[in-house]
Each structure stands twice: as C-alpha cells, then as structure tokens.
Design a protein around this ligand. Sequence first.
Ligand SMILES: NC(=O)c1ccc[n+]([C@@H]2O[C@H](COP(=O)([O-])OP(=O)(O)OC[C@H]3O[C@@H](n4cnc5c(N)ncnc54)[C@H](OP(=O)(O)O)[C@@H]3O)[C@@H](O)[C@H]2O)c1
Length: 313
Amino acid sequence: MNIKVFVAGHKGLAGSAVKRQLEKKGYQNIIFRTRQELDLRNREKVMNFFKAEKPDWVFLAAAKVGGIYANQNYPVDFLLSNLRIQNNVIEAAQISGTEKLLFLGSACIYPEKAAQPLKEDCLLNSKLAPANEPYAIAKIAGIKLCGAFNRQYGTDFLCVMPSNIYGLNDNYHMENAHVIPVLIRRCHAAKINNRPEFTVWGTGSQRREFLYSDDLAEACVFLMERHSAKNIGEIINIGTGSDCSIMELAEQIKDITGYKGNIVPDRSRPDGSNKRLLDISRINQLGWKSTMPLSKGLSIVYKDFIDNENIRK
Ligand SMILES: NC(=O)c1ccc[n+]([C@@H]2O[C@H](COP(=O)([O-])OP(=O)(O)OC[C@H]3O[C@@H](n4cnc5c(N)ncnc54)[C@H](OP(=O)(O)O)[C@@H]3O)[C@@H](O)[C@H]2O)c1
C-alpha cells in the first residue's frame, strides 16, 4: 500500500475513478498533477517529473477525449495531443524505472466492420471507422509503443480497452461531451424549459455498451495488482457484455429525469458505427465482472449532474 502511484488525468472521468478506487483500497502514496502543473505534452517537463518522483506504478488516463462532433472538428488535437501525451509518459516511465503502467485505450481502436462482439484479436484486421480515425490511430500507436517497450526493455506495461465510460466527473461541455452527458443535459434542459422534445444525434438505432467509471477503475486496479502484460497479452477488453440503442438510452434518461416530452432523432447528424460491443470473455476468465446496472448508474450520474449544476461549464 506504500508503493508510489501516479494517476495521470486524475481530474477526468476515468482518472478520478481510478484515484477513488486506489484510495478506497488503502493506497497511501498516490501522486497527481493538474494540467496546469504538468502539461503532459511537454516532453522535458514530463521527463523531469518522472526523474524526480520515480513512480512505481502509472495509470495513464490523461488524453484528449470527445464524441463524434469533437473528433470531426479537432482531428489534429486528437492525433497529436494523444501521441505526445502517451509517448512522453510511456517513455519517461521506462527511463525512470516504473515497475508497471496501465495505458487506457478505447473500443474505437477496433475496425469498423469487425465481427461483434469485438474480440481483442481483431485489432488491425481491417479499416477503422472514419469518424474517429485520428483518435483510434493515436491509441493504436500507444498500444504498439507499450508492446515495443515490453519486448525491448522487459517492462510490464498493460493496455486496456474499455467500452464507453460514464460516471461522476464527466464532461458536460456542449461540443466535447460523450453521448450520456449530452443526453442528460439536453433532456434536463427540455424538462426545465417545458420544451415539447429533445433530439438524439442520428437515427438512434446505433448500439453502444456503457461501463460505469468505478467499475472500470476496479478492473484497472485488479489487473495491475494481479496480472501482467505477459499473461493478459497485447490488449484486454473491459466492458459489461451488453449494449443498448441510443434511443433506448435516451428513453432511460427520460424516465430518470421525469421528462414527459418526446425524443426526436436528428437524421442530419452522423450515427457513427452501427454497433460497438466488446467481447469480455477474457477479463471474465481472469475473475473480474462489472456490477453496476445501467439504470442505477444513470440515476447516480443524474443526481451528480443536478447537485453540481451551478459549476458546470
Ligand atoms: N470516456 C469514455 O467513454 C472513454 C471510453 C474508452 C476509453 N477512454 C479512455 O480513458 C482515458 C480517460 O478518458 P476520460 O473519459 O476520463 O477523459 P476526460 O474526462 O476528458 O479526462 C482526461 C484527463 O486528461 C487530462 N489531460 C488532457 N490533456 C492533458 C495534458 N496535455 N496534460 C495533462 N493532463 C491532460 C485532463 O485534464 P483537464 O481536466 O485539465 O482537462 C483530464 O483530467 C482516455 O485515454 C480515453 O481514451 C475513455
């Protein structure tokens, strides 16, 4: 419990959950830096930080993250910022002697037409979905870099691929947010302004899998404590094993908020991939399963949204 753990991105959705999970388990020596204190795109600063702190473990949950809109409008940021952050942190970890690192990838790394549910071995089998290609290419480069360090330098750098994450500390920014915060915000606004409807992007038929951030964090700490890159392989999926359509998700959010109006698909907007469901048999075989039902997770998140409404961007 005294090992020094650096959580990169500790204020974000995934990173804050990892920090909570480590604290809950009694880890005493967790270190973190805000972006203002340490911009992870700055190689020199990252190298100096690692040289001074020498963390034993690193959870790399800092990244430029966003939904379809942000991916389409800021492709340079998604490619370049993510490459810079992960290159700096992964290399600095090896140089400073970090014992273990966990790199957070994404289900977006899998090819658009891969068979569902998505197995780990379909990585790079065929073309990526164009909607988030820059982000996916950066994440794939991160996976390959961890693998390369493991082969060349004998490091133990693990790569996990979570499905869509939701939970406390999510980003509700109108441009950059993911589907759950966007729908919560729109539905809540429609309710308090007595609007007759709110929209979902695309047809609403596209299917997605949603993982509660504290479940993700539990899986990440479980893997770091009990497993190594050697036994999990190049990448491992983390998900719930079930998906729902975006329209079904919007209906659940409508029920939770108590909104009585209609949900209207905005067909002028892109759908993204038709379906993205992970095959989670490998992590299940290792002994981990998610526990948070979507309806309960959404209720917790909606309460958090209401409680912190006045401080939302
Ligand atoms: N959200 C999802 O649905 C999802 C799904 C699968 C995988 N993932 C992966 O999980 C990881 C975390 O995602 P998330 O949803 O937790 O993202 P998030 O909520 O946006 O958090 C990202 C964190 O990274 C920090 N950060 C970004 N750029 C930085 C920089 N240049 N220097 C220092 N810190 C920086 C942010 O700091 P600020 O607070 O200052 O912005 C924030 O704390 C990412 O690798 C992502 O690819 C996310």
